[in-house]
Ligand binder design. Structure first.
Ligand SMILES: [Zn+2]
Length: 158
C-alpha cells in the first residue's frame, strides 16, 4: 500500500470518528452513528463526502445534524471541506439501530421505533396492541400512538 493510500485511509477513519461523535438533537446522548444514519464516508483530496440516511425526510433536525457534521469534520486536520448528502435510498429502518440503543431510547424518551414489518411494540408494557393515533407528535420527527393494554400514549420515532 502506498503512503498516500494509507494516509487517506487514516484520514477517512478520522472523519468517521468525527462524524460518529455528532448526536441527534432530538435524542441527546444518542449519536447519529448509533442511530444508523451514516451510510458512507469518502475522501477526495481534502474534501470529505458524508452520505447520511434520514430517519424521516420532514424532520427539521436534519438541518442541524448536517451543520453539526460539517463542523465536526472541519476539525479533522487535513480536511478543509465536508459535503453532507441525505440519501433517498436505502430507506432507514429500525434494523440499523443496535438493540441497546433502542432500549435507551425507550427508557430515556419513551420513544419506540417501528419494526421493519410496520408493527409497534409498547415500550412501557411490551404489548403488541399499539395503534397509531396521530401523525402529529410533540415534534415533527415523532408521531403518536396508543397502547390498548397499559393505556399509555406512546411516541414513535420517524
Ligand atoms: Zn403498553
Amino acid at each position: 500500500m502506498s503512503a498516500t493510500m494509507s494516509h487517506n485511509l487514516a484520514l477517512t477513519e478520522a472523519v468517521r470518528t468525527a462524524v460518529s461523535s455528532v448526536h441527534d438533537p432530538e435524542y441527546p446522548g444518542v449519536s447519529i452513528a448509533e442511530l444508523g444514519l451514516i451510510e458512507a464516508i469518502r475522501l477526495e483530496g481534502s474534501t470529505a463526502y458524508v452520505d447520511l440516511i434520514p430517519t424521516y425526510g420532514g424532520c427539521p433536525a436534519l438541518d442541524f445534524i448536517a451543520t453539526d457534521v460539517r463542523n465536526a469534520v472541519t476539525f479533522v486536520q487535513g480536511v478543509t471541506k465536508a459535503e453532507v448528502r441525505w440519501l433517498r435510498a436505502p430507506i432507514w429502518s429500525q434494523d440499523r439501530v443496535a438493540p441497546h440503543v433502542i432500549q435507551f431510547l425507550e427508557r430515556e424518551f419513551t420513544v419506540t421505533l417501528r419494526r421493519s414489518d410496520g408493527s409497534l411494540v409498547c415500550p412501557v408494557c411490551g404489548s403488541g396492541t399499539v395503534r397509531d393515533t396521530s401523525p402529529m407528535g410533540p415534534s415533527r420527527c415523532r408521531s403518536l400512538a396508543y397502547c390498548d393494554d397499559c393505556r399509555n400514549p406512546i411516541e414513535v420515532m420517524r
